[in-house]
Design a binder for this molecule. Sequence first.
Ligand code: FES
Length: 289
Amino acid sequence: MTDSPVQVPGTLLTLRRAGAYHTMTLVAPGVAERFRPGQFVALAVGGEQSSMLLRRCFFVREVKPDYGGTIEIVFSVRGKGTGWLAALRPRDIIDVAGPLGRPFPLPRDPVTCVLLGVAHASAALFPLAAVLRQRDCRPCFLLGGAGSDDVLGARGARRAGDSVAVATRDGSLGSAGQVEDLLPELIETAGADVVYACGPLDTLRTVTRIAAGYGIPAQVAVEEPMACGTGVCMACALPVVGDDGATHMVRTCVEGPVFRGERVRWDDVGTIPFDALGAPRALRLGERP
Ligand code: FES
């Protein structure tokens, strides 16, 4: 059970550039104290008169009790909205909604956990590692990206985790290749009991398959582009098998972003499977809808 999200005027405390990313710390009382690892925040962009109506959603990398509660997010400039955020100055006000979505479920026992993240989505793993540590679990990081600039938080992971391994597609940092290629060996050597992962859908699908091969659960945080972030627009619908065994089109921003990997119908993402509850039925010739 998590607390209800709030909408607050956040105050920009710091904004710094590190590699490919901008790191923003906001004073957002109410958001910080409700936050659980895996949840995200949705920021309004462009100011009050802006035509950019959709919020931008970000995983939270850190929360602190300072100034009544701060949150830290990480982003790269990909368009007008993130460009607007990158141009803000300390003490500017940003409308913050959060924390949103369902958090990572936490193990009851002190187990070994692999935390696998790709690029900026890795942000969600750092507050998770802190909570796992409090529960005497062993977080082992696997971080990846296209190149060294794209790997988020390798240094911080050395402090937060029991071990850290890095892979980049261009080989500029760590092993050359996809970070999920390192997963089987780490599961075996660390004796991992669960995998937590954040990143692109292809990575999450592969992580789910590998974890299932070892008979351990994969908890995946989906970072598909969201629009409203609050469950209204259905832009983030994902086919997921529910407890009833039926496929439901669920909203990643409300029922997720964290799902048990084997519940997601990865091959059908981007479609409404014909057997999903409420899916439009194909009409026979001459039949009226
Ligand atoms: Fe609008 Fe999820 S982003 S419903």
